[in-house]
Design a protein around this ligand. Structure first.
Ligand code: 5GP
Ligand code: MN
Length: 349
């Protein structure tokens, strides 16, 4: 991945006057990459003499609670004091991290749209970024936004400015968005970045444990239930889906983040090409999609679930019942397969 030298210089220009009021926003249901990139970038900007407020639309999962500085991230949904609204209204600069479209901010979208004077900078790795940013660092070829932020820090100031808390935050995003360095886009550059973060003093086993071995007992039992009782397999063993209703989640004392990773599990089955998870929320069903290799779930999510994401990890929403959502999914998978998007047509060969 190569950063545009011209865009880096434009960004340097925007940041050249110290003491600016800056807001960093990231997407709804913030994950390790959203939070990690926000925290590291905030520290970088503070080091340059700016005042920074990080805002997320709703709460991050509890297994990120330990991250240095996370307590200062304003959760818009719980922000009864109006800190986010004031910070956004006063901002000279707004950084949008780890999402491609303002609509991904959901309940926070209107607040961000209301500030029409701040300069806006996008730092992201999703396909198809919105128009309307003053500077864009959109790198779908990067495995995480944290890696893009790392490269930006390197280009602006050199990696010597990376403190240990910044390195930890960057590592969390790199680790979580690559499934602990198992998915695609694992480039030599990414591992060089990890080497530098290790030189900054991060302890990888501790970070791994903090994120992946910090779940509740309920989550472990819900996982067993979901795989054993709810996973359905269609299309000759190549597509799997599972659903969780609110009463099922309540039974296992569900907390936000507890279903993290469930959707990936079906892909451990040898022939599996695509996996889906339907999670009931109060007003809609959240759809998570994962795929292997050339199967493009970003396309699938855009076409059938009004969503998007990456080629092998995407999501969307459904506003009909679980039964109807699943029926729509099964029909959509059939159409997708008939068009050849799931690889070779059945019966051929
Ligand atoms: P997850 O399944 O982990 O929630 O999301 C996987 C990927 O899909 C993420 O990179 C996320 O950006 C994208 N994604 C999830 N939900 C939506 C959605 O409703 N709209 C769009 N455009 N992307 C989504
Ligand atoms: Mn990401």
């Amino acid at each position: 991945m190569n950063l545009s030298a011209e865009h880096v210089e434009r960004l340097r220009g925007l940041l050249s006057r110290a003491g600016q009021r800056i807001v960093i926003v990231s997407h709804t249901n913030p994950d390790g990459d959203a939070v990690g990139s926000s925290l590291a970038w905030a520290e970088m900007l503070r080091g340059m003499g700016h005042s920074v407020v990080c805002v997320v639309p709703n709460k991050y999962p509890y297994f990120l609670d330990w991250m240095p500085g996370i307590g200062e991230v304003v959760i818009f949904k719980n922000d009864t004091e109006g800190r986010a609204v004031r910070a956004v209204a006063d901002a000279d600069l707004i950084f949008c991290l780890d999402f491609n479209s303002l609509s991904r901010l959901e309940i926070l979208s209107d607040t961000i749209a209301a500030n029409t004077t701040a300069r806006r900078v996008l730092i992201d790795h999703h396909l198809s970024p919105d128009e309307g940013f003053d500077v864009v660092f959109s790198h779908p070829e990067a495995s995480s936004t944290c890696y893009v932020v790392y490269r930006l820090i390197e280009a602006l100031s050199g990696t010597a400015v990376i403190t240990r808390p910044m390195a930890e935050a960057l590592y969390v995003g790199m680790m979580t968005d690559t499934g602990n360095f198992a998915f695609s886009s694992l480039t030599p550059g990414l591992f060089r970045a990890v080497a530098v973060l290790v030189e900054c003093g991060i302890h990888i086993p501790t970070l791994y444990n903090n994120v992946y071995n910090a779940y509740t007992e309920g989550r472990a039992r819900l996982f067993g239930y979901a795989i054993n009782r709810k996973m359905q397999i269609i299309e000759d063993g190549t597509v799997a889906y599972m659903s969780l209703m609110e009463h099922e989640m309540r039974r296992f004392r569900f907390q936000q983040g507890d279903s993290e990773g469930f959707v990936n599990y079906a892909l451990t089955i040898k022939k599996m090409k695509m996996s889906a998870m339907f999670l009931a929320h109060r007003k809609f069903i959240r759809v998570s999609l994962r795929s292997r290799g050339d199967v493009d779930v970003n396309l699938f999510a855009r076409r059938y679930f009004d969503g998007g994401g990456h080629k092998n990890a995407a999501g969307g929403k459904s506003f009909v019942s679980m039964e109807e959502t699943i029926a729509h999914f099964v029909r959509s998978v059939r159409e997708f397969a008939e068009e050849g998007h799931l690889g070779e047509v059945k019966g051929e060969k």
